[in-house]
Design a protein around this ligand. Structure first.
Ligand SMILES: Nc1ncnc2c1ncn2[C@@H]1O[C@H](COP(=O)(O)OP(=O)(O)O)[C@@H](O)[C@H]1O
Ligand SMILES: O=c1ccn([C@@H]2O[C@H](COP(=O)(O)OP(=O)(O)O)[C@@H](O)[C@H]2O)c(=O)[nH]1
Length: 342
């Protein structure tokens, strides 16, 4: 039987060390007597800021390949994550009644922050124009101020998200009813990160005046009084419950949309700045590596600490290390470690 025991545990805060000499002095403590001549596993853990995780993921295998040339090092294995989930694309929903100013503010956000603007209404109108089989159906729904079946809208949104490959999306005018919401949740699962909802609050009489004005030049089939009133009904009956749903989750940022565009924009920026801050503070991604060696922990981990510091600078990557010797018991070991003997 194999006995495997933790022999040494070391913690190296790469970013916190002035140099490897300073780190090496504190990290190696023998927990179970003098080194044996057995095979050892050095488990290295790297905590990498989310913003750098993708780059670190690309760098790590290349670096380890070079490290394998060191005498005494028998093998290396990256345990977790094999491919770290790239930071999920972030989504902000933009909601509010027809004419509340969603499109106007979205355009400002895109210009300043580089978000990708996906207007569900624009996507539906483009699909209608493309002459596809569902074009006629979309046409009827829009003219009636009704909400197009979610299968159509979610597909258009997801196609646009996937085709774009961007990291931050403004989804404008969606989800508009419970059917939209459940359809979206079903399709996206946990692939996207919903940061919150920008909600432009505006009374009907203000929105009506704006839409009638917009109707003079927009060419939209629904910017006429009859369609506008139908849209208001749909908004009150179907979209407001969605706002209540997100409000319960603390995700709604309500902005008074009746003011001048620039005033609304000033408040919009406050909300987006807070989202940006939240995205910067994403939890770090952890990578784990097993090095198989004949040697003791110190030379390898100190060497890696020095290389990581050199490559990534201070504070970006935090590293800790533990060493296990392999002798005659497997009980103390996790499956991950055993797998690394494959
Ligand atoms: N804060 C505002 N004050 C006055 N007019 C506005 C304001 N925001 C938008 N508008 C105008 O009102 C109309 C509707 O705005 P829009 O952004 O298209 O609304 P939505 O996308 O919510 O339907 C547009 O003609 C736009 O120029
Ligand atoms: O998720 C959506 C978004 C829009 N629409 C349809 O598109 C119209 C126009 O929506 P848009 O957001 O472009 O304009 P708004 O009514 O907010 O001014 C709506 O009335 C609906 O008929 C829809 O069915 N589902």
């Amino acid at each position: 039987m194999l006995r495997q025991a933790v022999r040494r545990v070391a913690a190296l805060g790469v970013g916190a060390c002035a140099g490897v000499g300073a780190c090496a002095g504190v990290h190696a403590q023998s927990l179970a007597g003098p080194p044996r001549a057995n095979k050892e596993i050095h488990e290295l853990e790297f905590r990498v800021s989310a913003a750098m995780a993708e780059k670190f993921d690309a760098w790590l295998p290349v670096y380890l390949k070079g490290l394998l040339e060191l005498p005494g090092l028998l093998g290396a294995k990256i345990l977790k994550p094999l491919k770290p989930a790239a930071t999920k694309p972030a989504v902000i929903f933009v909601l509010g009644g027809p004419g509340a100013g969603k499109g106007t503010q979205s355009e400002y956000i895109v210009n300043k922050y580089g978000y990708v603007h996906l207007s569900a209404g624009d996507l539906l109108r483009a699909e209608r124009k493309s002459g596809s089989a569902q074009g006629q159906l979309i046409d009827e729904y829009i003219a009636e101020g009704k909400i197009v079946p979610v299968e159509i809208t979610v597909k258009l949104l997801m196609n646009a998200i996937e085709a774009n490959g961007g990291k931050r999306f403004l989804v404008d005018g969606f989800p508009r009813n419970t059917n939209n919401l459940s359809g979206w949740q079903q399709v996206t699962g946990d692939r996207l990160r919903v940061m919150g909802v920008l909600f432009y609050d505006c009374p009907e009489e203000v929105m009506e005046a704006r839409l009638l004005e917009r109707g003079k030049t927009s060419g939209r089939t629904d910017d006429n009084l009859e369609s506008i009133r139908k849209r208001f009904r749909t908004y009150t009956n179907e979209t407001q419950p969605i706002l209540a749903y997100y409000e319960q989750q603390g995700l709604v940022h309500k902005i008074d949309g009746t003011r001048e565009v620039e005033e609304v924009w000033a408040e919009t920026q406050d909300v987006i700045n807070a989202f940006e801050q939240e995205l910067l503070e994403e939890p770090p991604v952890t990578f784990r590596v097993h090095l198989h060696a004949n040697e003791s922990l110190l030379p390898f981990s100190a060497r890696v600490a020095r290389d990581v510091l050199k490559e990534w600078g201070e504070g970006t990557v935090q590293m800790s290390a533990a060493s296990y010797s392999v002798s005659d018991s497997i009980k103390a070991f996790g499956l991950d470690a055993l797998r690394s003997f494959d």
